[in-house]
Design a protein around this ligand. Structure first.
Ligand code: ATP
Ligand code: MG
Length: 332
């Protein structure tokens, strides 16, 4: 079975619909056909300087949401990034193979740095893609299931793998992104031209999986649409309505064409009302399952400890090979 790796940052108390539909659903689906490795990437979350207690709590919450979504820790490896020290170690090596200009071109850095202000942007935010490349390359992952926003980071990961291989001989597998077109980018409900994001959303644009159902319903009802009345799928001209149709289709399993046909002659209010029902049908049992996992943090930590052992068994030999190839004196 080909290997896959992916992760999410514990940068919020809850994952949102974009994380779920853009990535997590695909993670669950790929578990059978692939040897899957999924991480809560807490080192990445340090780039936003979280409160220590909050970070710790969010790390468990993120893991609980993976499990509730259907990640099976028997079949897949589920672990916390900082538990496997090799991630940070390989990141240092790879940072020495990354051009300053190359890293400067990353649009996520430019966007997030602009938001933090040049004073606030830290070096960790700048080298984020190098740590992400390490996450992937440590495990010889052939495929990386992510949302569209991560495409550029996958490109630099591929470049780094190829550059290292060219200099030191075949060491890393060059990974491919796995981006499912229909749900690759879920948009902010308040600004349907922007991606829904944990740390970047508008006040009413985010649909958190763990939010109060009444809040979720309200956000869907107040989603920005357009001045027409017609329900059709046209992401260019009608980004708001198209986003609602995308979310509906992904959760209900009905095709966009079918939905458009069913909603012929009906208004946006109807679409929003039905979508709220579809979303609540999903989140209600999901929230109960997450609560169950969070009620037993000791068990959750045990599952994560087992995952870390299994992850390290793959990561350590990769790092050892890298150290040897670049000429670091072996420790006797
Ligand atoms: P942050 O704002 O802290 O960066 P985020 O919402 O972007 O948070 P990440 O943890 O950075 O979430 O990303 C986790 C995964 O979710 C990645 O694979 C990413 O591509 C995917 N993802 C994030 N937002 C969306 C979205 N709006 N639509 C589809 N996929 C998304
Ligand atoms: Mg992100």
């Amino acid at each position: 079975r080909p290997r896959i790796f992916s992760g999410m940052q514990p940068t919020a108390d809850s994952l949102h619909l974009g994380n779920y539909l853009g990535a997590l659903v695909n993670w669950v689906a790929l578990q059978d056909s692939h040897e899957a490795i999924y991480s809560v990437v807490d080192l990445h979350a340090l780039t936003v300087n979280p409160d220590p207690g909050v970070l710790l709590e969010r790390t468990r919450r993120t893991a609980a949401q993976y499990l509730a979504a259907g990640i099976d820790p028997q079949r897949s490896i589920l672990f916390v990034q900082s538990h496997v020290a090799e991630h940070a170690e390989l990141a240092w090596v790879l940072s020495c193979y990354t051009g300053f200009g190359e890293a400067s071109r990353m649009t996520q850095f430019k966007d997030k740095a602009a938001r933090q202000g040049t004073e606030g942007a830290n070096v960790g935010l700048f080298t984020y893609p190098v740590l992400m490349a390490s996450d992937i390359l440590l495990y010889d992952a052939a495929l990386v299931p992510v949302g569209e926003d991560q495409r550029q980071h996958l490109e630099i990961t591929r470049d780094l793998a190829q550059r290292f291989n060219a200099r030191h001989g075949d060491t890393f597998v060059v990974p491919e992104p796995h981006i499912v077109r229909a749900t690759a980018k879920i948009y902010d409900l308040g600004d349907p031209t922007a991606k829904m994001g944990k740390s970047t959303s508008t006040a009413t644009g985010l649909v958190d999986l763990l939010a109060d159902p009444a809040v979720i319903a309200k956000r869907i009802r107040s989603a920005v649409t357009d001045a027409e009345r017609e329900i059709r799928f046209d992401p260019e001209a009608k980004p708001g309505v198209s986003n609602l149709l995308t979310i509906h289709s992904a959760l209900s399993g009905r095709s966009i064409d079918q939905l458009v046909e069913d909603f012929t002659g009906r208004g946006y209010g109807d679409l929003k009302k039905e979508l709220a029902e579809v979303v609540l049908d999903f989140v209600t049992p999901f929230q109960a399952t997450v609560r169950g996992y969070l009620d037993d943090p000791a068990e959750l930590d045990r599952v994560l400890a087992v995952g870390a052992e299994r992850a390290r068994a793959i990561a350590a030999p990769t790092l050892a090979t890298v150290y040897e190839r670049i000429g670091l004196l072996p420790r006797r």
